[in-house]
Each structure stands twice: as structure tokens, then as C-alpha cells.
Design a protein around this ligand. Structure first.
Ligand SMILES: C[S@@+](CC[C@H](N)C(=O)[O-])C[C@H]1O[C@@H](n2cnc3c(N)ncnc32)[C@H](O)[C@@H]1O
Length: 219
């Protein structure tokens, strides 16, 4: 279990945290949590405001994953919360022989997935994933399992642990300081479980998660 930022090459964007804190309503959050069109391709107040492919997002990061975990050309990689499959697409561009799979709770995202990997994606909940034990060399889950309430979030961590035969890497909403907590509460649209980093580490230990992890900090 290592705390490591493998998303350090992911492009950083300036987040209008104060605006969102002021403008977003409970109704916007309710709509966002449906993870439908409004979340991915609707207004910024209910989600991404347009979730489209661009290689600058994942291209360097998948290279980072490959090098860090020394992935074999024909390794198997699962993305839990894969959305439209963009990260897996970039993995396949880099490593055409890789076996990829993606799971996401959103039928909208899977339906509108990028065609290159669409056949490898399925609608599924992170708390109960439809794959065999130890069937992946690397399971990745970026900013996804915090969308489950704590007991289901624990199940999702156990599922990731069950499915990997080698490596796992997750990121979750967290804070280290009171100021980061305040900003996260303003920024959060969909997460049900967010904690101080030390509390997350305790939960990882309690459920037997032995993969790597890092934080989404509202900066
Ligand atoms: C912040 S987005 C991250 C998407 C992608 N991993 C990325 O980094 O671009 C969160 C994703 O988690 C998915 N999600 C939410 N709850 C989920 C659940 N219970 N099981 C699986 N996926 C879930 C959403 O549909 C959405 O695609």
C-alpha cells in the first residue's frame, strides 16, 4: 500500500470552487448523482459541462502507469468508473496488445463511449463487479468509489482487491487541512464518502486493500 501521485502528469485545471459553492443547489447535486447526460454533457453546475475525448488528458498518464507498474504488453487492465472509456482508449493506443475492461454505473457513459474500446466496457456497480477473482494485473479507479456510501465504498475496495492479481491504484476525495475540507465541500457534487486522508488509510487497512492510492484534493 503506497501513497503515490501517479496522476502528476494529468493536466491541471483552475477550478472555480467558490462559484460552484455559491451556485450549485441540492437539486443540481441530485441530478448529477444520476450520472446521466446532465452529468457528462450538460451544464457545469450538474457535472463536467461536456466530457469529450482529448489525448492531452490521459496519454502521458497511461505511460506513467505502464512504466511504474512495468506492465507487460499483454497485461490485463480494469478501469472501475471508466466513464466513456477514454483512459482505456489511450492505453490501447500505447499498448495495442493490452487486455482492457471497464465498468461504470452509468448506462449513458457506456452508450456514448469511444468506439475503439466500447466492446470492452459494461454497466456495473463498483460494489459488485462482474469479473473473476485475480483476473487483472492492474485495477485502476479514478475519483469513483467515493461516490458510494461508506459501506458500499468498503465493498468496492474489497472488489478491487479481489480482482487484482498484482497492482491497484485508486484516487478518492480527501483533505489534509481544514481549508481543503472547506473547499472540497464546496466543490463536491456527487461524492457520498469523503474523509481526512488518515481516515481513508484506516479504511483501506480495515478492508484489506493493499493497492496504491492518492487523493483528489480541491485545490
Ligand atoms: C468523476 S467521474 C470519473 C470518470 C473517470 N474515471 C475519469 O477520471 O475521467 C466518476 C465516474 O464514476 C462513475 N460511478 C459513480 N458511481 C459508480 C458506481 N457505484 N459504480 C461504478 N461507477 C460509478 C460515474 O458514472 C463516473 O463515470
Amino acid at each position: 500500500m503506497t501513497e503515490i501521485n501517479l496522476l502528476d502528469l494529468y493536466p491541471r485545471s483552475k477550478r472555480p470552487i467558490e462559484d460552484r459553492g455559491r451556485l450549485v443547489t441540492d437539486e443540481d447535486r441530485r441530478i448529477a448523482r444520476r450520472f446521466g447526460r446532465e452529468y457528462f454533457d450538460g451544464d457545469r453546475l450538474t457535472g463536467y459541462g461536456g466530457y469529450s475525448y482529448h489525448p492531452r488528458f490521459w496519454r502521458e498518464t497511461v505511460r506513467r502507469f505502464r512504466d511504474h507498474y512495468v506492465l507487460a504488453d499483454d497485461a490485463r487492465v480494469l478501469d472501475v468508473g471508466c466513464a466513456k472509456g477514454y483512459m482505456l482508449h489511450d492505453f490501447k493506443e500505447l499498448m495495442p496488445r493490452l487486455g482492457v475492461a471497464g465498468a461504470d454505473v452509468s448506462p449513458y457513459a457506456i452508450e456514448h463511449a469511444i468506439e475503439t474500446v466500447k466492446p470492452f466496457l459494461r454497466v456495473a456497480d463498483a460494489k459488485e463487479l462482474p469479473f473473476e477473482d485475480a483476473s487483472f494485473d492492474l485495477v485502476i479507479s479514478i475519483n469513483t468509489i467515493h461516490n458510494l456510501a461508506i459501506e458500499d465504498c468498503r465493498k468496492a475496495l474489497r472488489e478491487i482487491q479481489r480482482l487484482t492479481r498484482k497492482h491497484a491504484f485508486i484516487t478518492v476525495d480527501a483533505w489534509r487541512t481544514e481549508e481543503e475540507r472547506r473547499r472540497l465541500l464546496k466543490w463536491n457534487l456527487t461524492a457520498l464518502t469523503f474523509m481526512h486522508v488518515d481516515d481513508w488509510k484506516r479504511v483501506f487497512g480495515e478492508v484489506g486493500y493493499s493497492g496504491d492510492y492518492y487523493w483528489f484534493i480541491a485545490e
